[in-house]
Design a protein around this ligand. Structure first.
Ligand code: SAM
Length: 335
């Protein structure tokens, strides 16, 4: 179908598109087409196009519109995406079902929709899930809680039903991993399925990844394989306090992502630290003093054997009203 449009040299395309959008004449029903150095930008009303532009008509393909859950529901639901699993957080079951149905009907191509059915609990930090909707599983043969999640170029297979994983920490993990240098010894004390350990190994570090959850360690080994870093990672299932005896004085960097009880593990961290070691200490504290308790715990475990330098006090995210998830980057230098 012939559509009214503005023809401009390609180099002027973005500026023209902006001007037409600001003038309220840009048509979203058709695609912009490029042909021999000229862009054809569809408009809704040629008579309203600013005079400086040349208008014409041309065959333009209709735009593929994507139907979102919000289009179907008429409101924006709060959703989180983990691979092909979509997570909702709804207390009211009718509303949860309504959202799940809209997700499956939309173009999100979700394989399942889950609702949080408990808080994160226990030593393994796993929660209960309610499966609200499940699509066709024949192509992948996975349970509705198992998925492959991609983060900064790495992929992680994981089952939410048996391991901890939060996509909300992606930026934070990237911040830490970017600091890691080739050949450093990195010890992840609470490694989960490997979202710190595997990218660390990709940067050329020698990594030891420990977790109490045997299933998480099985996934971590599988993920090391998937990301071609198995040779650089030693994965150990066990309590870090016991595993630590094999790695005393070994670490150049220590990742301590067990925010509710990290203070119980600072002595172990000091045992693991080499002569010079950076500790990434995650904590959850009241926003009136988010960093003080962690710094005090580290100082009382590490001094006087180590000089303690707090390099970064970093707020990762808001955790609950007046509670912050924070990270301290702390350098320990043996005196
Ligand atoms: C908050 S999760 C973090 C997992 C991972 N670092 C991530 O970012 O996804 C904490 C992990 O610590 C593990 N954990 C708890 N107590 C532990 C212990 N004493 N020794 C080793 N791992 C432990 C849990 O099983 C859980 O996988």
């Amino acid at each position: 179908m012939e559509v009214p449009c503005v023809a401009v040299p390609r180099v002027d395309g973005e500026q023209t598109r902006q001007t037409l959008a600001n003038a309220g004449v840009l048509s979203k029903a058709y695609q912009i087409v490029h042909d021999e150095g000229t862009l054809y930008i569809p408009v809704v009303d040629p008579s309203a196009v600013p005079e400086k532009f040349e208008t014409t008509t041309r065959e333009l393909p209709p735009r593929q519109t994507i139907q979102t859950p919000a289009d179907i529901l008429g409101f924006e639901p709060s959703l989180e995406r983990l691979g092909d699993v979509v997570i909702v957080d709804e207390d009211e079951s009718d509303r949860a079902d309504e959202i799940a149905e809209a997700v499956m009907e939309s173009d999100l191509s979700a394989r399942s929709v889950l609702n949080r059915a408990s808080k994160i609990k226990g030593e393994l930090r796993v929660r209960d899930w309610e499966v609200l909707a499940e699509g066709d599983n024949t192509a992948v043969d996975r349970s509705p809680t198992e998925t492959v999640h991609r983060e900064y170029g790495h992929e992680f297979l994981l089952d939410l039903d048996s391991v901890y994983f939060s996509p909300r920490l992606a930026t934070e993990r990237h911040r830490v991993v970017e600091q890691i240098q080739p050949d450093e010894h990195v010890l992840d004390m609470f490694a989960g399925v490997g979202p710190f350990a595997i990218p660390a190994a990709s940067r050329g570090a020698d990594v030891v990844a420990v977790d109490l959850n045997e299933t998480a360690i099985e996934y971590l080994r599988e993920n090391a394989d998937r990301n071609s870093v198995s040779k650089c990672i030693t994965a150990v299932a066990g309590d870090i306090r016991e595993v630590a005896t094999d790695y005393q004085g070994w670490a150049d960097r220590l990742v301590m992502n067990l925010p509710h009880s990290a203070n119980e593990f600072v002595e172990t961290a000091v045992d693991l630290a080499g002569n010079e070691c950076v500790l990434y200490y995650y904590d959850i504290q009241h926003d009136s003093e988010p960093f003080g308790p962690g710094i005090e715990a580290i100082r009382s475990a590490a001094e006087p054997a180590y000089e303690v330098t707090v390099e970064t006090e970093h707020v990762v995210r808001s955790y609950a009203p007046h509670e912050l998830n924070v990270c301290l980057d702390v350098r320990l230098t043996r005196r």
